[in-house]
Design a protein around this ligand. Structure first.
Ligand code: BGC
Length: 409
């Protein structure tokens, strides 16, 4: 009765985190400085204390049958002063990466995930024309010190999101609202990425946040606008990336519908706590569009804020079905990382949005509690397949049968 959707051999199954969001005490970073001045809803403080509890967390990754893990190295910790690298922090990250290796877990290591050392921002941050060179010194240091323990590098996480939030919407430090600055920061990040790819000796890629736009009508203007937005925001970034990058990292969360030139969300499959729609079809279309780059594709982030764990299984199941369909249609997808392993610091929104497969009980000494959806995902990872029954996806009641959840819980 169930259709079995088997994934390719050696498919990588994992989850993702970033340093500032989980480690805690990122005291030399621009974000920390901004939080102390009252920026955002609440300060990150000890975050999830992943810095001290990484062994426990990695053992959970293992128990949940994941064979890959995405994490980031914190530039502000590794290079607290320009050109002075911290041997203490270098040793720390070596230990974390060694722990992953001991557990036979492939490592995807991000070098920049939204945060900068304070000294770098004092020099103009990403507006500084020397930023690519400055960042690549740090990348070279990471290459020299961690390369043996790294399987894949991610140079920069979501340059469009960073430039947009920091310089266009003014929501993140340095909170400058200026179109020209947005473009300069973005271009410098792309230049940095292209330069770093040659510095790093293991396959290196960008993690690009791809939002999908689709017309909800038959009007030619809606069709045209969706084409323009998809071209500009998906391909506009990837066309600028060097052909030498080893893979493309895709961060996918949701899709917009366009009706009479207006953007809206279609909530017919459900809504996350961020009020983002569950929109798996968008992921399929994104992956099909990326086939033309002829690079391996990794879903480096996909997930939902869902404090009650009410829709996460559905979210995982239907997005993985899209991934499987895209693979069958020729997309070279080689891995999937759920965002996130654990509830963490959701930037200017603080700790309220709960993206974790694992709940962090903030009032109970940051206790880790594995959510039911994590156990479901663990089954998928273990078996390298998904059970699916392509019936009426729109009915929430049918969902448990559709994805064989009852069988696997
Ligand atoms: C970012 C993460 C963030 C997630 C959920 C992604 O754009 O890379 O850091 O937590 O979205 O908002």
């Amino acid at each position: 009765m169930f259709k079995t959707l088997a994934f390719p051999d050696n498919f990588l199954w994992g989850s993702a985190v970033s340093a500032h969001q989980t480690e805690g005490n990122n005291t030399n970073s621009d974000w920390w400085e901004w939080e102390q001045k009252g920026g955002g809803k609440e300060p990150s403080k000890e975050a999830c204390d992943f810095y001290n509890r990484y062994k426990e967390d990695i053992s959970l990754v293992k128990k949940l049958n994941q064979n890959a893990f995405r994490l980031s190295i914190e530039w502000a910790k590794i290079e607290p002063e320009e050109g002075k690298f911290s041997s203490k922090e270098t040793e720390h990250y070596k230990k974390v990466l060694e722990e992953l290796k001991k557990n036979n877990i492939k490592t995807f290591v991000t070098l920049h995930h939204f945060t900068n050392p304070v000294w770098f921002t004092k020099k103009g941050g990403w507006l500084n024309p020397k930023s690519p060179q400055i960042f690549c010194n740090y990348a070279k240091y990471c290459q020299d010190n961690f390369s043996d323990l790294v399987d894949f590098w991610i140079t920069i996480n979501e340059p469009t999101v960073y430039a947009g939030q920091s310089y266009f919407f003014g929501l993140w430090p340095p909170q400058k609202r200026n179109v020209l600055k947005t473009a300069v920061a973005f271009i410098n990040m792309i230049k940095t990425h292209n330069r770093c790819v040659s510095v790093l000796k293991k396959p290196a890629g960008i993690a690009h946040n791809v939002v999908r736009f689709d017309s909800a009508t038959k009007y030619p203007w809606d069709n045209l606008l969706s084409k323009i937005l998809n071209k500009f925001l998906a391909d506009g970034v990837l066309f600028l990336c060097t052909k030498k990058q080893g893979f493309i990292g895709v961060n996918y969360y949701f899709q917009y519908k366009i009706t009479n030139l207006r953007l809206s969300f279609d909530y017919s499959l459900g809504k996350t706590d961020m009020k983002w729609p569950v929109a798996p079809e968008g992921l399929y279309k994104v992956l099909i569009n990326l086939k033309k780059y002829k690079k391996p594709l990794y879903i480096t982030e996909n997930g939902c804020a869902d404090s009650k764990d009410a829709i996460r299984k559905l979210y995982i199941g239907c997005h993985l079905e899209s991934v499987h369909r895209a693979i069958e249609a020729g997309a070279d997808v080689k891995g999937y990382f759920h965002w996130s392993l654990m509830d963490n610091f959701e930037w200017h929104l603080g700790f309220k949005p709960r993206f974790g497969l694992i709940e962090i009980e903030r009032e109970n000494n940051l206790k880790r509690v594995v959510r039911p959806s994590a156990r479901y995902y663990a089954k998928v990872c273990e078996k390298n397949l998904l059970l699916s029954q392509k019936s009426n996806l729109k009915s929430q009641i049918l969902i448990p049968q559709i994805y064989g959840l009852n069988m696997w819980l």
